[in-house]
Design a binder for this molecule. Structure first.
Ligand code: KIV
Ligand code: ZN
Length: 517
């Protein structure tokens, strides 16, 4: 029996990006979008064009470049100016969708919108009609649907479909639902909305109770045929349903759900890494599907079982998700050809220029470190595919520290083609001294919010990865650096964050206005 298709709607670039610490500039969004298209995502929610000129431009550029294989969607509140902006951003898209939303729950009606039920229905209908004049593919979301009175939810959904909505999304905006509750809401809509067959029902779940994926699957069981999700589950507060988990649950338990997706699952792991690298949101080691431990068998009894027959303890094949283990792969004498092959096996497609840069980094690393693991190669690639154009570069650094000396750093830095600048500072430790010197040279002053160091692979000579979060004028910026020397890794991480601040100061992305209804 043929399986019905589940439409995968990715909102990493909108709901995911909207969450604190995950903001991306346009170049970064384009890079993530390219990966989402390669992953085979059906609908990509590219942004919220009214939010800022930067958001508008990102959606416009994504629509221009990526709307052949995936449908590009823009979000709008149920307001004329929002919908006009969404239309403007999607002008050049071949496959396009407008997603309009309006809150329907009593609490939102009373305190946020100050509108009664009749006004809500009228506004929803008018908005769907306005969007429908531009394109056929319209999604309508009654925001906070899960906390909306069921009768009223049915009425709004029915009227939105009548006005032209082709997808009706049922958001659990605050992550309040449980699987059986959400199943009942979707089933109720199927039974009581007279024209429900004319639209696709969509699930959109937040993870406040850790149930977003379970709720999405319950919705599929009840008849939803679109699932909205984000890579690594990033998103508001505890995040959204994780795309990789939804997709692999549907694939692994196709026998039970009897549905399928057209996601190229071998791209899940590289896409997860890319999003983590660009947003700076780390993937926890034991995260399902894409965590470093997801396919590791440490317990002897499990290892024994897997060696005898894989399926004793494995329900998925690591290769099916493009998993990169910590296999010992290459060393100092491995040639360019072997290196290129490995990069391809790891699922990356690099331009000749980036391949050359990563190969040079690899040779340098192989001089310092005997055994190069897949995780090291991935880290080298990720540090080269940072797409923020950097103005400031670190030319050289030197630090001195010890139990009886004052930690001091001396740095040489260069801004674009200008003369190299040199300065020094002291600090609480050598890393603090490096950060202070960088601020003196660049003239930027930021607040260090978070500092994290961990080893990328195994062994005493492992690469150290440092991640920092800094804040400047109420915005957070992430930076990541890797090196066998953690002071250098810290310097590179801080420099990356400073370069992002610098790009914003030079107008790369003006501050975003948070739209309120
Ligand atoms: O969570 C939510 O309600 C949303 C809507 C805009 C769909 O993200
Ligand atoms: Zn949401």
């Amino acid at each position: 029996m043929s399986q019905e298709k589940i439409v995968i709607f990715d909102t990493t670039l909108r709901d995911g990006e909207q969450s604190p610490g995950c903001s991306m500039n346009t170049a970064e969004k384009l890079e993530v979008c390219r990966a989402l298209v390669d992953l085979g995502v059906d609908v990509i929610e590219a942004g919220f064009p009214i939010a800022s000129p930067g958001d508008f431009d990102a959606v416009r550029q994504i629509a221009e470049r990526f709307s052949d294989r995936s449908t590009i969607c823009a979000l709008a509140r149920s307001r004329e100016d929002d919908i006009e902006k969404a239309i403007g951003a999607l002008q050049s898209a071949r496959k396009r969708r407008i997603h309009v939303f309006l809150a329907t729950s009593a609490i939102h009606r009373e305190f946020k919108l100050k509108m009664d039920k009749k006004q809500i229905v009228e506004r929803a209908v008018a908005s769907v009609r306005q969007a429908k004049d531009f394109c056929d593919d319209i999604e309508f979301s009654p925001e906070d649907a899960v906390r909306t009175e069921l009768d009223f939810l049915c009425e709004v959904v029915e009227r939105a479909i009548e006005a032209g909505a082709t997808t009706v999304n049922i958001p659990d905006t605050v992550g309040y639902a449980t699987p059986s509750h959400y199943f009942k809401v979707i089933s109720h809509l199927k039974q009581h909305v007279s024209n429900i067959d004319r639209a696709v029902i969509s699930a959109h779940c937040h993870d406040d109770l850790g149930l977003a994926v379970a709720n999405s699957l319950a919705a599929v069981e009840a008849g939803a045929r679109q699932v909205e999700c984000t890579i690594n589950g990033i998103g508001e507060r505890a995040g959204n349903a994780a795309l990789e988990e939804v997709v692999m649950a549907i694939r692994t338990r196709g026998d039970y759900y009897n549905v399928s997706t057209t996601i190229n699952t071998q791209r899940l792991y590289p896409t997860s890494h890319l999003v983590s690298s660009i947003t700076g949101m780390k993937v926890q080691r034991n995260k399902a599907i894409v965590g470093q431990n997801a396919f590791a068998h440490e317990a002897g009894i499990h290892q024994h079982g897997v060696l005898q027959e894989r399926s004793t303890y494995e329900i998925m094949n690591a290769e099916d998700v493009g998993y990169v283990g910590e296999n010992l792969v290459l060393g100092k004498h491995s040639g360019r050809h072997a290196f290129r092959d490995r990069v391809t096996q790891l699922g990356f497609e690099l331009s000749e220029e980036v391949m050359q840069q990563v190969f040079d980094d690899f040779i340098q690393l192989a001089d310092k470190k005997k055994e190069i693991y897949d995780a090291d190669i991935t880290a080298l690639i990720e540090s080269r595919i940072d797409v923020t154009p950097d103005r400031w570069h670190l030319v050289s650094f030197q630090t001195s520290a010890g139990s009886s000396s004052i930690p001091t750093a001396t740095l040489e830095m260069q801004c674009e083609e200008e003369p190299v600048l040199c300065d020094a500072a002291t600090g609480d430790g050598p890393i603090d001294a490096v950060f202070r010197t960088m601020e003196r040279i660049t003239g930027m002053s930021v607040r260090l919010e978070d500092f994290d160091v961990q080893s990328v692979s195994r062994g005493k000579d492992a690469l150290g990865e440092v991640r920092v979060i800094v804040s400047h004028q109420n915005r957070e910026y992430h930076g990541k650096g890797i090196s066998t020397d953690i002071i250098e890794a810290a310097a590179r991480a801080y420099l990356q964050a400073l370069n992002k601040v610098d790009a914003d100061r030079n107008g790369a992305s003006p501050p975003r206005v948070s739209p309120q209804l």
